[in-house]
Design a protein. Structure first.
Length: 195
């Protein structure tokens, strides 16, 4: 579905846009609360862990909530231990749930967390792009993907396709993001982070 220029310019300007509550309210606080309800429903899964970041990575403003999805049984995680340092490298799903409009996207990603003497001391991860679905381990994630998609659909979130997100953004649009440089795409309009 093509998105009109006015719509994309609105979300790039941090405006909440949608045709049902809480998106009709114009309030990011209300959309964040709605996303918390989505996460509560997702977390009912017996096999998956969900870790959401509402803090915009600790600074600035993110147009989306990043949600890391991993397996409770750690079948997607490699543990590396040396002396008092333990690093967990996870290859899971990463969800971007828009705070501004009822759309979302997901893909494969990996992230690490390092602990020394039980204290978190570091970590990192890859951000999504419009090609990130290509990196999903289909054998490991197919049933869980269906669960995630069904819950987001239940809450009336539309799943954006890679083809939609790869389209060029309207000419002259500026996306306030540190994640990409112009020329921008529709992906950049939906999922940006100002720091």
């Amino acid at each position: 579905m093509p998105f009109c220029e006015d719509y994309l310019r609105s979300i790039v300007a941090n405006k909440v846009v949608g045709d049902f509550p809480p998106f009709t309210s114009g309030s990011i606080t209300k959309t964040d609360n709605y996303i918390r309800k989505v996460l509560a429903r997702l977390s009912s899964s017996a096999t998956l862990l969900f870790e959401a970041d509402f803090s915009s990575y600790g600074s600035g403003f993110a147009s989306y909530v990043e949600v890391r999805v991993s397996k409770k049984d750690r079948s997607d995680t490699v543990t590396l231990a040396k002396y008092q340092r333990v690093t967990y490298e996870t290859t899971g799903l990463l969800l971007y749930i828009s705070r501004l409009t009822p759309y979302w996207f997901y893909g494969g990603s990996d992230w690490g967390k390092t602990y020394e003497q039980g204290q978190l001391t570091g970590g990192g991860h890859r951000f999504l792009d419009s090609d990130s679905q290509d990196t999903i381990n289909q054998a490991l994630w197919q049933p869980d993907r269906q669960h995630v998609e069904a819950v987001l659909q239940e809450f009336r979130y539309g799943l954006l396709t890679p083809e939609e997100l790869q389209q060029p953004a309207p000419a002259g649009i500026f996306v306030p993001t540190v994640l990409s440089d112009g020329p921008y795409t529709v992906f950049d309009c939906f999922f940006y982070w100002q720091d």
